[in-house]
Design a protein. Structure first.
Length: 406
């Protein structure tokens, strides 16, 4: 037990492992993946699927799979990549952490794992599902029954539950869960741990989403400090922390340092994943947005045009394409090219409504810009309607006193 196997894996590839289990044995496997989405399945000796796990993100996520063998024989653990639209080369580490005669607590843990996986699968289909939250809370209660309320085994469940609350725009509940996880992580793992860095990053995301940029800054700084200390200079998790730091600095109008950080992050992404990967293009988009914020439209416009052209080649609507279109529209508005900006903004609005919902923050941003364009075109009725709808969405998401709604 405790044996860890690290493998490199290409897109649309995978590996299989044999597990010899006796009837009544409990087995638990942990899978860490690094910049390659994978799905893990366990099959019984007859080839019947016992359980499966789809990792929740591709930037350094650990997930667990557990089961109780119903029959003696060779079980098959299958780990395969999930196609994400781009070819990538990443790696994963699989570790057999438990294999023993089953106990009553083990049955409880298997049920808790099942509830978490069901909650996640339901949230994938219905992002704002209240039932998913209830299932996750039941799973958390079972973990607490086995481990207590301050054990590190609760961390993944707390992160999942916080993420589910975020999707329902219940930001205070999400923040409380992340802070509880952070307290557990710092106590059990130490301050300088990658899990702790991830929790700081998520708190920074939450603050940034609520336009609390000054509050986000120390969270971003701590996540970056930990990752710089523990990771190699070309690690993509470090590149992500540098990227997040750069965005926060941009929102705080520290344009010079934001430029340095975003360019540093971009160099890592381009070296590791190439110039066409969605993660690389995301950094290009933020760099273009930085130049637009500075009023340097000569640098911003060609970057946004490059993004739109590259993403349109995939012939798939995406949030990233919608964001690029909206930003290209915004640059053209600032340049005074309102007629050129309008079709980009309307396309972005339609995509955001379809992909993120008619009451999302993205939709509100597109509506606000459409209102601005309509006002400049003397279409006052449409401008007022767009502004009112954008304001209503932001008040619902952020409250009436947030600086996005004031």
């Amino acid at each position: 037990m405790g044996q860890a196997i690290e493998r490199t894996v290409e897109s649309e590839a995978g590996h299989s492992y044999r597990l010899a289990l006796a009837a009544g044995q409990y087995v638990r496997v942990e899978i860490f993946q690094y910049w390659q989405n994978v799905i893990t399945r366990l099959f019984d000796p007859a080839g019947k699927l016992v359980c499966e796990v789809k990792l929740r993100s591709d930037n350094g996520q650990t997930e667990r799979l557990s089961a109780v063998a119903e029959q003696t024989g060779d079980y098959r653990l299958e780990i395969k990549t999930v196609t994400s639209g781009s070819l990538r080369r990443g790696h994963y580490v699989v570790t057999w952490t438990q294999q023993r005669a089953v106990t009553a607590q083990d049955h409880t843990l298997v049920e808790a794992d099942r509830l978490q996986l069901t909650a996640y699968a339901l949230a994938q289909k219905e992002p704002k599902s209240e039932e998913a939250i209830k299932l996750s809370e039941k799973g958390l209660a079972l973990y607490e029954q086995v481990y207590g309320t301050t054990h590190q085994e609760l961390l993944e469940t707390l992160k999942l539950l916080a993420g589910l609350q975020e999707r329902r725009a219940n930001h205070p509940a999400a923040e409380a869960l992340y802070r509880r996880a952070l307290a557990i992580g710092e106590t059990t793992l130490g301050r300088d741990h990658l899990v702790v860095a991830e929790l700081w990053s998520r708190l920074g995301d939450l603050d940034q989403f609520r336009a609390r940029y000054a509050t986000a800054k120390p969270a971003r700084a701590e996540a970056l400090r930990i990752r710089e200390k523990l990771l190699k200079p070309d690690d993509l998790r470090l590149a992500e922390a540098i990227f997040e730091w750069g965005i926060t600095l941009r929102y705080l109008n520290d344009f010079a340092q934001a430029d340095v950080s975003l360019r540093r992050s971009l160099s890592i992404w381009e070296e590791k994943l190439g110039t066409q990967d969605p993660s690389t293009l995301r950094v290009v988009q933020e760099l273009a947005a930085l130049y637009a914020s500075k009023g340097d439209y000569g640098k911003a416009e060609p970057l946004f045009e490059r993004l739109v052209a590259t993403l349109e080649q995939r012939a798939v609507e995406s949030r990233q394409l919608a964001s690029a279109l909206l930003n290209l529209g915004r640059v053209n508005v600032d340049l005074g090219n309102v007629s050129r900006a309008e079709p980009h903004i309307r396309r972005a609005l339609a995509m955001f409504e379809k992909l993120t919902g008619k009451e999302s923050a993205d939709t509100a941003s597109a509506l606000a810009l459409l209102g601005r364009v309509s006002a400049q075109q003397k279409n006052h009725a449409e401008a007022e309607a767009a502004y009112r709808r954008a304001l209503a969405i932001r008040e619902k998401l952020f409250g009436p006193d947030n600086n996005l709604t004031g």
